[in-house]
Design a protein around this ligand. Structure first.
Ligand code: CP
Length: 317
């Protein structure tokens, strides 16, 4: 298996099956520190730099929390407008990267431009972790999701995963790339204008990913072991920031996962994941059902990112 030390985490395209399980094993080793809320000193000589050009609650804060749990240091920005990249100068990724690499030992980046973390990695001597790039990918989120499925179901093989939402979303891309490494079948439910793009399906076919389009949640929820939900009412991920408008629309019934559907059609042991934030596609009354795992998933986000930081910084092999 390749070492993770010094490795950029930009995409799940190139993560191999046994590497997922190595990350999960390290997460299990480090998990007691998160659960007991007692920081350790594994990364006391290391610094994380967070460069977030787009809003985030979970990804930035859980990555920073992970670094703190491991005794490391954290600095960064969460509003590019307060940097030279976001003002009059519009400083380039290249010039910015050549500064940031001196300030930290690993860079966690979110950007509205697809490929920005990859571009940054080209100019940085320290590892870059993609924390979401435009409509591109969201590797740390999907590693968290897979870790959650693995813990909850005990396996990543032999599973049917219902993916509902906007298939242009970066989480959907990372999830379907990862599916190539497991015995997984994806059932894909999306509005026609948010369906899988042709270039992407060509790539999935090339990678032998098993997926099929289904017209509604209702038509396939009974077959699902995992229900992976994302919004269809959502922001444009190519923008640095999108303000809320009064009229944000409602999610059509075909793309909603409701308590009634779960009661009437879902398998008793099906679990629901959602990377959050949610809109009305996942009503809050689902939270109290046995299917909900999205809060567990959010907590696992800290543990999984602890594992990733420890691996790329060479504190564990
Ligand atoms: N899931 C996720 O990426 O959430 P944030 O946008 O809050 O980071």
């Amino acid at each position: 298996m390749r070492s993770f030390q010094g490795r950029d985490i930009l995409s799940l395209r190139d993560v191999e099956r046994e590497e997922y399980f190595r990350i999960f094993a390290v997460a299990e080793e480090l998990r007691p520190h998160a659960e007991s809320r007692r920081n350790t000193d594994l990364l006391r000589h290391k610094t994380l730099l967070t460069a977030f050009y787009q809003p985030s609650t979970r990804t930035r804060l859980s990555t920073e929390a992970a670094m703190h749990r491991l005794g490391g240091h954290v600095l960064g920005f969460s509003d590019a407008k307060m940097t030279r990249a976001g003002d009059f100068y519009q400083e380039s990724l290249k010039d910015t990267a050549r500064m940031l690499e001196y300030y930290g030992d690993v860079i966690a980046m979110r950007h509205h431009q697809q490929g920005a973390p990859e571009e940054t990695a080209r100019w940085s001597s320290v590892p870059v972790i993609n924390c979401g790039d435009g409509w591109g990918e969201h590797p740390t989120q999907v590693l968290t999701d897979l870790y959650t499925i693995w813990r909850e179901r005990g396996t990543l093989d032999g599973l049917r995963v219902l993916c509902v939402g906007d298939m242009r979303m970066r989480t959907m891309h990372s999830l379907l790339y990862a599916a190539s490494q497991f015995d997984m079948e994806a059932m894909v439910v999306a509005p026609p204008d948010m369906s899988l793009l042709d270039d992407f399906t060509a790539e999935l076919d090339e990678r032998n990913v098993t997926y099929r389009a289904v017209e509604s949640v209702e038509a396939c929820i009974a077959d699902a072991d995992v229900i992976y939900v994302e919004p269809v009412v959502q922001a444009d991920y190519t923008q640095a920031r999108v303000e809320a408008t009064q009229e944000r629309g409602r999610t059509p019934a075909a793309y909603r996962v409701t308590r009634e559907l779960l009661r009437e059609k879902a398998r008793r042991d099906a679990i629901i994941l959602h990377s959050l934030p949610r809109m009305d596609e996942l009503p809050t009354d689902v939270d109290a059902t046995r299917h909900a795992r999205y809060w567990v998933e959010a907590a696992n986000g800290v543990v999984l990112r602890m594992a990733l930081l420890a691996l790329v910084l060479g504190a564990v092999e």
